[in-house]
Design a binder for this molecule. Structure first.
Ligand code: NDP
Ligand SMILES: CC(C)=CCC/C(C)=C/CC/C(C)=C/C=O
Length: 318
């Protein structure tokens, strides 16, 4: 019998399991087994995105576990994200439908605008010019949001939210929104703890989902000399004192900071140990100590679209 995961309450009365499985970089040939393992272990929340190129294989795992009777669709919380080339309002519904078809589900629990900046709508996911530079589109994320709102009423998505929005972008969105975003999914770990953004979101009823909580060691642009969060001696000391792994401390750090957290793994033993965090809690002192490790260390800076007027991390206050 697996442990059931506690949930957080969204601003729309719906609930979300605080711990989910990430799927970015999970190869199509590995992700089906990983998601099956995760569901067997007790995960009920799966974080997906169209741009990850593996939604069909994630869907195969979901379909298989529902067919086996391990879970029902209603037991699961499935998130996906609208990619930057589909921000134009007339493209939103089709993009969602493709994701639903890939995942083989009738509805999503949560659909996010993946990034605030739109890319040129030319049929490729990373439209580039001859010099390899990403081609931008000037679609405003508020117009994209307006095209997402009806999807909730129609029952195609239970909740909508954003990802990688800075405080100014979120504030502007909230001024225009009829349906409030439930979540802002952002990079969050001890080197970039997002304290100010979290307070800002909290005051507006928006939850933070922490991505790259383990420091994303498999990010494609990682360099051999980059600091490795999971090898930080200060975190190792805390983990040793508590008799836990550093990954477990990093996951618990998010939960004990009030965030939803979505560590990625395709390795069964890690999927299991990352889930084995529900029977302990970090003390206030340990959370404060880990808070003090912040150094503005952003691992997913999205440099490819620097210069875009809606890039979230350029001229960003927080
Ligand atoms: N909205 C957005 O723009 C973004 C969203 N995300 C979401 O957040 C998820 C998590 O972030 P991600 O960047 O993938 O990185 P994570 O911080 O979750 O790190 C994943 C890496 O850590 C390894 N790992 C997992 N568990 C352990 C463990 N217990 N011990 C040692 N190594 C471990 C994995 O290896 P292995 O798989 O080989 O086991 C993988 O290499 C993504 O997968 C995606 O769903 C991420 C980035 C951007
Ligand atoms: C540019 C390279 C090497 C890979 C692109 C990977 C990718 C899907 C980027 C999109 C942005 C991102 C980090 C999304 C995560 O959710």
């Amino acid at each position: 019998m697996s442990t059931s995961v506690p949930s957080v309450d969204f601003n729309n009365e719906l609930k979300c399991p605080i711990l989910g499985l990430g799927t970015w970089k999970s190869k199509p040939g590995e992700v089906t087994q990983a998601v099956k393992d995760a569901i067997d272990i007790g995960y009920r929340h799966i974080d997906c995105a169209y741009v990850y190129g593996n939604e069909k294989e994630v869907g195969e795992a979901i379909t298989s576990k529902i067919k086996e009777g391990v879970v029902t669709r209603e037991d699961l919380f499935i998130t996906s994200k609208l990619w930057n080339t589909f921000h134009r309002p007339d493209l939103v519904r089709g993009a969602l439908q493709e994701t639903l078809d890939n995942l083989n589900v009738q509805y999503l629990d949560l659909y996010l605008i993946h990034w605030p900046q739109a890319y040129k709508e030319d049929g490729s996911l990373f439209p580039t010019d001859q010099s390899g530079k990403i081609q931008f589109s000037d679609v405003d994320y508020v117009d994209t949001w307006k095209a997402m709102e009806p999807l909730v009423k129609e029952g195609l998505v239970k909740s909508i939210g954003v990802s990688n929005f800075n405080s100014k972008q979120l504030e502007r969105l909230l001024q225009h929104a009829t349906v409030k975003p439930v979540v802002n999914q952002v990079e969050c770990h001890p080197y970039l703890n997002q304290k100010r953004l979290k307070e800002f979101c909290e005051a507006r009823g928006v939850k933070i989902t922490a991505y790259s909580p383990l420091g994303s060691p498999d990010r494609p642009w990682a360099k051999p000399d980059d600091p490795q969060l999971m090898e930080d001696p200060k975190l190792k000391a805390i983990a040793d004192r508590l008799g836990k792994t550093v990954a477990q401390v990093l996951i618990r750090y998010q939960i004990d900071s009030g965030n939803i957290v979505i560590p990625k793994s395709v390795t069964r033993s890690r999927i299991a140990s990352n889930f084995d965090v529900l029977d302990f809690k970090l003390s206030r002192e340990d959370v404060a100590l880990i808070d003090s490790f912040d150094c503005g260390g952003r691992l997913v800076p999205m440099t490819a679209s620097l210069g875009h007027k809606h890039h979230p991390f350029e001229n960003e206050e927080f």
